[in-house]
Ligand binder design. Structure first.
Ligand code: BTN
Length: 241
């Protein structure tokens, strides 16, 4: 693997925002991470709560090509599989909730947010952000309105942030180039093996509405196949609630 560039920010509003604002001068495969994040951004206009030092706040700057390729939309799912593999090496059984939430025992341990930067018709690159709860205190979860967990609480010991970050970055870049050429099909089996939503009645939150149905599977492009009576929906945006 090529040498990766790393930038550490002691305290920042959001690593994703910082990377997007500095995208022109940042090289492909730069790893931006922060000690603390005051305005972490989440999916669907949500925020990402900083649970203190020792947790992972990281954004990968990716400039794979001059033009946007449809496979880039699946990078969050590729990251969710990479993260699961790392967590499995810690002895856990993570699950994926479509499209890219990673859960341990039904509780969210990480969030992934990809933001594309486009100027006019020009594609500038992607910022793939990930936050992983590594060292948190149960009482800090009171600020979060969903079931969440952290690796230290699952394992009953403190987690070395640097060790975890290196393992995740290495796992991500191991098959990254192959993923760029093959897309979701490369990881479909790995993704489905960890999926916790198959054949279940789910509720999907879309931008302005929610859709209910049975999650029948995912397409070769990573879209959710949702069945409601006779109707079948193929969703490429949203979150299973
Ligand atoms: C979500 O589950 O809603 C996605 C959360 C993504 C959070 C990470 S933390 C590092 C990076 N910087 C941000 O502002 N957001 C992402």
């Amino acid at each position: 693997m090529d040498e990766l560039r790393e930038i550490y920010l002691e305290n920042i509003d959001s690593t994703n925002l910082w990377a997007k604002n500095n995208l022109d001068t940042l090289e492909d495969k730069t790893v931006v991470f922060a000690g603390a994040q005051t305005q972490g951004r989440g999916r669907l206009q949500r925020n990402w709560v900083d649970l203190g030092r020792g947790n992972l706040f990281m954004s990968l700057v990716l400039k794979p090509a001059q033009n946007f390729d449809e496979h880039y939309s699946n990078l969050t799912q590729y990251m969710s599989v990479s993260l699961c593999k790392v967590l499995e090496n810690y002895g856990l059984n993570p699950e994926i909730k479509w499209p890219n939430d990673v859960l341990i025992n039904g509780k969210k341990i990480a969030g992934i947010l990809s933001e594309a930067s486009v100027r006019g018709t020009l594609f500038k690159g992607l910022v793939l952000g990930i936050g992983v709860n590594l060292n948190a205190k149960e009482e800090d979860f009171a600020q979060i309105d969903k079931k969440v967990t952290a690796l230290n609480l699952e394992l009953g010991r403190e987690i070395k942030l640097d060790e975890f970050k290196t393992a995740l970055v290495n796992e991500f870049f191991k098959n990254y180039e192959t993923f760029l050429s093959q897309g979701f099909e490369l990881i479909k089996k790995d993704y489905l093996n960890r999926a916790n939503f198959l054949d279940k009645e789910v509720c999907v939150s879309l931008i302005n509405e929610t859709k209910k149905g049975v999650a029948k599977g995912v397409t070769d492009n990573g879209e959710l196949i949702l069945c409601n009576g006779e109707l079948e929906f193929i969703l490429n945006i949203g979150d299973i609630l």
